[in-house]
Design a protein around this ligand. Structure first.
Ligand code: FMN
Length: 213
């Protein structure tokens, strides 16, 4: 475990941490990160997690062949806020992301993430395939860490109008049965707004958490 006094990055960042097998959650992550980047004084740091395998000997390369690089504990330790993204798997988050969260007990024991804002996003193949249950269960470990959960408020008009993804618990995307349906206008608007909101909250709450980063 690295030293909790490791210096924080010069510019605060929102850690946009996702797992994606077919690219749908990754597309949402990139849209949300673009929203973060529209807010002055904070940036997005996009990271992913390796797949997990029931075969213990299986290992992933240190640098993924494509997409974001793998997250480290320090990425989480020093973030000003967190946006966590997962495909829906039987109404819950995917195992690779849960596997990473299960390695963060050192941060939990030291209360490192207490008072930092967090949000979540997901992608499903079907419209009623468990987006809300995935988002609600994703927030549970974040609450254990003492993070302050922020969803998407109904002041975002797209939340009312959407005929696809978008929930008050966090942004969602309906990728369709074959996973090829692109992120649509409402989903994009909501993901961007969610990125902007978590960025603003991260800046606002960083005054409370500075000494612990
Ligand atoms: C094991 C498994 C379980 C899944 N469970 C659900 C589900 O409960 N509801 C649903 O709508 N889609 C489910 N899916 C489909 C994925 O959530 C969907 O294809 C998602 O968009 C994939 O995201 P990705 O492109 O980021 O990998 C499941 C897929 C797999 C492989």
């Amino acid at each position: 475990m690295s030293d909790s006094r490791t210096p924080r990055a010069a510019t605060p960042y929102v850690l946009v941490l996702y797992y994606s097998r077919q690219g749908a959650t990754r597309a949402l992550a990139e849209t949300l990160a673009a929203g973060v980047e529209t807010i002055a004084g904070i940036e997005a740091r996009i990271r992913t997690v390796p797949s997990v395998s029931p075969v213990c000997e299986a290992t992933e390369p240190e640098i993924p062949a494509e997409g974001a690089v793998y997250v480290t504990e320090d990425d989480l330790r020093h973030c000003a806020g967190l946006a966590l993204g997962s495909p829906t798997r039987f109404g819950n988050m995917a195992a690779p992301l849960k596997h990473f969260l299960d390695t963060t007990s050192g941060l939990w024991m030291n209360g490192v993430l207490v008072d930092r804002p967090a949000t979540a996003f997901t992608s499903t193949s079907s419209l009623h395939g468990g987006q809300e249950s995935t988002l609600l269960t994703m927030l549970v470990p974040l609450l254990h860490h003492g993070m302050v959960y922020a969803g998407v408020p109904y002041s975002e008009p797209a939340l009312i109008h959407t005929r696809s993804g978008g929930t008050p618990y966090g942004t969602s995307h309906v990728a369709g049965a074959d996973g090829s349906r692109p992120v649509d206008d409402d989903e994009r608007t909501l993901a961007k707004a969610q990125g902007q909101r978590i960025a603003r909250l991260s800046l606002a709450l960083s005054a409370m958490t500075e000494g612990r980063m």
